[in-house]
Design a protein around this ligand. Structure first.
Ligand SMILES: Nc1ncnc2c1ncn2[C@@H]1O[C@H](COP(=O)(O)OP(=O)(O)OP(=O)(O)O)[C@@H](O)[C@H]1O
Ligand SMILES: [Mg+2]
Length: 258
């Protein structure tokens, strides 16, 4: 279980996380939503130790993550950053193999190789496994990075805007894969997502952030409501239900076209 206790983070005078307390629900897909600058990436980066923690604590099964070795954390928590740039020329397969590093430390065993093959198939990357990352489309590259994260085979998976650059087909496919990882393999997944309809359709739990704080948190039905979304985004939301799922439409509250 991951618990976030009174985490605060500032850049100069700007307080970006203002006392976050959170218990991440186990074996669920949680969606972290909120406007640009709300603090989503900062929170994700602090939890996963991509950013050093300034104040508060993050506990993993009751243990302060600050006291844990990076390698042990990397075997438990995988993270896809919002922006990832690798300057070396590397193939899809080598990138995915890189995800095995916490297990293999660079010497791939048969188990590692099997896992890499499995993830490449899972993410439908077989046809482009030998291609270099700089020869791929944005969406193909994003799929390769997600495959790298899945190859790490951790209990917790954090993805910051994984649907970036993805077409509708692959966005749905990714959300389906994440649901399967939870349902079939018992993983716990946290994703930052801007498309509220994807959160509404595929997440189990929603954490809504505004101005460095959590303004609402709970199951989809309780959070994807007009009152909460209007408050978070400052828009006039219309929420309909289609095939048992909530669908959000958003408008500015003044008419811009005559
Ligand atoms: N390295 C940094 N130095 C100074 N300020 C930063 C830095 N990183 C983030 N911030 C500020 O912290 C606040 C929260 O940023 P964060 O990236 O966590 O937002 P976000 O919710 O992920 O937004 P987005 O949806 O745009 O990705 C923003 O006001 C941002 O300008
Ligand atoms: Mg962000």
């Amino acid at each position: 279980m991951i618990e976030v206790k009174n985490v605060r983070q500032s850049y100069g005078d700007h307080e970006v996380l203002r006392g976050i307390n959170l218990v991440l629900p186990e074996h669920k897909v949680s969606a972290l939503i909120g406007a640009n600058g709300a603090g989503k990436s900062t929170l994700l980066n602090v939890i996963t130790r991509l950013l050093p923690l300034r104040e508060g604590a993050v506990l993993l099964d009751g243990r302060d993550m600050g006291d844990m070795k990076s390698r042990d954390i990397a075997k438990t928590i995988a993270v896809l950053k919002q922006s990832h740039h690798i300057s070396i020329r590397i193939s899809v397969e080598d990138l995915v193999a890189f995800g095995r590093y916490p297990h293999s430390r660079g010497r791939l065993t048969t188990t590692d190789k099997a896992k890499i093959g499995e993830v490449i198939a899972y993410m439908r990357l077989e046809d482009i496994r030998d291609r270099y990352l700089d020869e791929l489309s944005g969406g193909q590259r994003q799929r390769a990075y997600i495959a790298m994260v899945l190859a790490q085979d951790t209990k917790y998976i954090f993805l910051d805007e994984p649907l970036n650059n993805m077409d509708i087909h692959f966005s749905v496919e990714i959300m389906h894969i994440l649901s399967k990882l939870v349902g079939e393999l018992g993983k716990t997944v946290v994703i930052v997502v801007h498309d509220i309809n994807f959160a509404a359709a595929y997440a189990d739990h929603v954490i809504a952030m505004k101005d460095g704080a959590i303004s609402a948190e709970g199951p989809v039905d309780r959070i994807i409501t007009k009152t909460i979304l209007d408050g978070i985004f400052g828009f006039d939301f219309n929420i309909a239900e289609v095939a048992g799922r909530k669908v959000c439409l958003y408008f500015r509250d003044e008419t811009t076209r005559k």
